[in-house]
Write a protein that binds this ligand. Structure first.
Ligand code: SF4
Length: 159
Protein backbone atom coordinates (compact mmCIF):
# COMPACT_ATOMS: atom_id res chain seq x y z
CA UNK A 1 0.00 0.00 0.00
CA UNK A 2 3.02 2.28 -0.01
CA UNK A 3 2.00 3.49 -3.47
CA UNK A 4 -1.12 5.19 -2.10
CA UNK A 5 -0.19 8.84 -1.92
CA UNK A 6 -3.55 10.21 -0.85
CA UNK A 7 -6.65 8.95 0.91
CA UNK A 8 -8.89 7.43 -1.75
CA UNK A 9 -12.54 8.31 -1.32
CA UNK A 10 -15.25 5.96 -2.47
CA UNK A 11 -18.84 6.49 -3.49
CA UNK A 12 -21.33 3.64 -3.30
CA UNK A 13 -24.40 3.27 -5.50
CA UNK A 14 -26.97 0.51 -5.26
CA UNK A 15 -28.18 -0.12 -8.80
CA UNK A 16 -30.87 -2.73 -8.32
CA UNK A 17 -29.33 -5.07 -5.81
CA UNK A 18 -31.28 -7.16 -3.30
CA UNK A 19 -29.31 -5.22 -0.64
CA UNK A 20 -27.20 -8.28 0.16
CA UNK A 21 -24.07 -6.80 -1.40
CA UNK A 22 -24.85 -3.38 0.08
CA UNK A 23 -24.86 -4.77 3.60
CA UNK A 24 -21.44 -6.26 2.91
CA UNK A 25 -20.15 -2.93 1.57
CA UNK A 26 -21.38 -1.25 4.75
CA UNK A 27 -19.71 -3.97 6.80
CA UNK A 28 -16.41 -3.01 5.18
CA UNK A 29 -16.86 0.51 6.53
CA UNK A 30 -17.45 -0.65 10.11
CA UNK A 31 -14.64 -1.06 12.68
CA UNK A 32 -14.81 -4.82 12.15
CA UNK A 33 -13.37 -4.71 8.61
CA UNK A 34 -12.21 -1.11 8.85
CA UNK A 35 -11.28 0.02 5.33
CA UNK A 36 -10.36 3.37 6.85
CA UNK A 37 -7.03 1.78 7.73
CA UNK A 38 -6.26 2.18 4.00
CA UNK A 39 -7.29 5.83 4.23
CA UNK A 40 -10.57 5.02 2.47
CA UNK A 41 -13.52 7.26 3.27
CA UNK A 42 -17.08 6.92 2.03
CA UNK A 43 -18.46 10.08 0.45
CA UNK A 44 -21.87 10.92 -0.96
CA UNK A 45 -20.48 13.39 -3.47
CA UNK A 46 -19.18 11.99 -6.79
CA UNK A 47 -17.07 15.11 -7.28
CA UNK A 48 -15.00 14.06 -4.26
CA UNK A 49 -14.76 10.37 -5.14
CA UNK A 50 -11.91 8.38 -6.69
CA UNK A 51 -13.54 4.94 -6.60
CA UNK A 52 -17.08 4.11 -7.70
CA UNK A 53 -18.51 1.04 -5.95
CA UNK A 54 -21.60 -0.30 -7.71
CA UNK A 55 -23.84 -3.11 -6.51
CA UNK A 56 -26.73 -4.62 -8.43
CA UNK A 57 -27.36 -4.76 -12.14
CA UNK A 58 -28.17 -2.00 -14.58
CA UNK A 59 -31.72 -1.46 -15.80
CA UNK A 60 -33.60 1.12 -17.83
CA UNK A 61 -34.35 3.23 -14.76
CA UNK A 62 -30.89 3.40 -13.23
CA UNK A 63 -28.64 3.46 -16.29
CA UNK A 64 -28.67 7.26 -16.52
CA UNK A 65 -27.95 7.57 -12.79
CA UNK A 66 -24.93 5.29 -13.07
CA UNK A 67 -23.67 7.24 -16.08
CA UNK A 68 -24.25 10.58 -14.36
CA UNK A 69 -22.43 9.63 -11.15
CA UNK A 70 -19.53 8.32 -13.23
CA UNK A 71 -19.38 11.45 -15.36
CA UNK A 72 -19.28 13.70 -12.27
CA UNK A 73 -16.24 11.95 -10.80
CA UNK A 74 -12.91 13.63 -11.53
CA UNK A 75 -10.18 11.83 -13.47
CA UNK A 76 -8.49 9.53 -12.69
CA UNK A 77 -11.25 7.28 -11.39
CA UNK A 78 -11.90 3.60 -10.93
CA UNK A 79 -15.08 1.53 -11.04
CA UNK A 80 -15.49 -1.60 -8.92
CA UNK A 81 -18.49 -3.83 -9.74
CA UNK A 82 -19.45 -5.67 -6.55
CA UNK A 83 -21.32 -8.97 -6.69
CA UNK A 84 -22.41 -11.10 -9.59
CA UNK A 85 -25.40 -8.85 -10.35
CA UNK A 86 -23.08 -5.89 -10.93
CA UNK A 87 -20.70 -8.16 -12.86
CA UNK A 88 -23.18 -9.41 -15.43
CA UNK A 89 -26.77 -9.23 -14.17
CA UNK A 90 -26.48 -12.38 -12.06
CA UNK A 91 -29.68 -14.10 -11.12
CA UNK A 92 -31.66 -11.24 -12.66
CA UNK A 93 -29.86 -11.49 -15.99
CA UNK A 94 -32.84 -12.78 -17.95
CA UNK A 95 -35.37 -10.37 -16.44
CA UNK A 96 -37.19 -8.18 -18.94
CA UNK A 97 -35.92 -4.92 -17.42
CA UNK A 98 -32.27 -5.86 -16.84
CA UNK A 99 -29.68 -4.58 -19.31
CA UNK A 100 -26.78 -6.46 -17.69
CA UNK A 101 -23.81 -5.64 -15.52
CA UNK A 102 -22.35 -2.23 -14.81
CA UNK A 103 -20.08 -2.48 -17.84
CA UNK A 104 -23.09 -2.19 -20.14
CA UNK A 105 -23.06 1.56 -19.43
CA UNK A 106 -19.64 2.53 -17.99
CA UNK A 107 -16.16 0.97 -18.03
CA UNK A 108 -15.41 -1.36 -15.11
CA UNK A 109 -11.88 -1.77 -13.74
CA UNK A 110 -12.37 -4.47 -11.11
CA UNK A 111 -14.97 -7.23 -10.87
CA UNK A 112 -15.66 -8.59 -7.37
CA UNK A 113 -17.43 -11.98 -7.55
CA UNK A 114 -19.88 -13.43 -5.06
CA UNK A 115 -23.53 -13.49 -4.09
CA UNK A 116 -23.30 -11.76 -1.84
CA UNK A 117 -19.74 -10.54 -2.27
CA UNK A 118 -17.84 -11.15 0.97
CA UNK A 119 -16.30 -8.17 2.79
CA UNK A 120 -12.82 -9.65 2.31
CA UNK A 121 -13.43 -9.87 -1.45
CA UNK A 122 -14.77 -6.31 -1.56
CA UNK A 123 -11.72 -4.98 0.30
CA UNK A 124 -9.47 -6.97 -2.03
CA UNK A 125 -11.30 -5.48 -5.03
CA UNK A 126 -11.01 -1.95 -3.69
CA UNK A 127 -7.30 -2.37 -3.00
CA UNK A 128 -6.83 -3.69 -6.55
CA UNK A 129 -8.79 -0.68 -7.73
CA UNK A 130 -6.36 1.60 -5.91
CA UNK A 131 -3.56 0.01 -7.91
CA UNK A 132 -5.43 0.73 -11.13
CA UNK A 133 -6.09 4.26 -9.91
CA UNK A 134 -2.38 4.85 -9.38
CA UNK A 135 -1.60 3.46 -12.85
CA UNK A 136 -4.10 5.88 -14.35
CA UNK A 137 -2.66 8.73 -12.30
CA UNK A 138 0.84 7.85 -13.50
CA UNK A 139 -0.36 7.74 -17.11
CA UNK A 140 -1.99 11.16 -16.74
CA UNK A 141 1.21 12.61 -15.25
CA UNK A 142 3.43 10.89 -17.83
CA UNK A 143 5.25 9.24 -14.93
CA UNK A 144 6.49 5.79 -15.93
CA UNK A 145 9.05 5.56 -13.13
CA UNK A 146 6.47 5.26 -10.34
CA UNK A 147 6.27 2.00 -8.39
CA UNK A 148 4.75 -0.92 -10.25
CA UNK A 149 1.30 -1.88 -9.10
CA UNK A 150 0.37 -5.50 -8.62
CA UNK A 151 -3.16 -4.99 -9.88
CA UNK A 152 -4.29 -7.82 -12.10
CA UNK A 153 -6.42 -7.26 -15.20
CA UNK A 154 -10.12 -7.28 -14.51
CA UNK A 155 -11.67 -10.69 -14.91
CA UNK A 156 -15.37 -11.10 -15.27
CA UNK A 157 -17.30 -13.85 -13.48
CA UNK A 158 -19.82 -15.83 -15.45
CA UNK A 159 -23.09 -16.64 -13.72
S1 SF4 B 1 -25.00 -10.56 -6.13
FE1 SF4 B 1 -26.48 -11.66 -4.79
S2 SF4 B 1 -26.43 -10.58 -2.84
FE2 SF4 B 1 -25.48 -9.21 -4.39
S3 SF4 B 1 -27.17 -7.94 -5.12
FE3 SF4 B 1 -27.05 -9.70 -6.51
S4 SF4 B 1 -28.52 -11.22 -5.64
FE4 SF4 B 1 -28.09 -9.68 -4.04
Amino acid sequence: MSYVTKSPWVIHYDGSSCNGCDIEVLACLTPMYDVERFGIINTGNPKHADVFLVTGSVNEQNKEVVKQIYSQMPEPKVVVAIGICANNGGVFKECYNILGGVDTVIPVDVYVPGCAARPEAIIDGVVKGLGVLQEKRNAMNGNTAAPAIDAEPAEKEEA
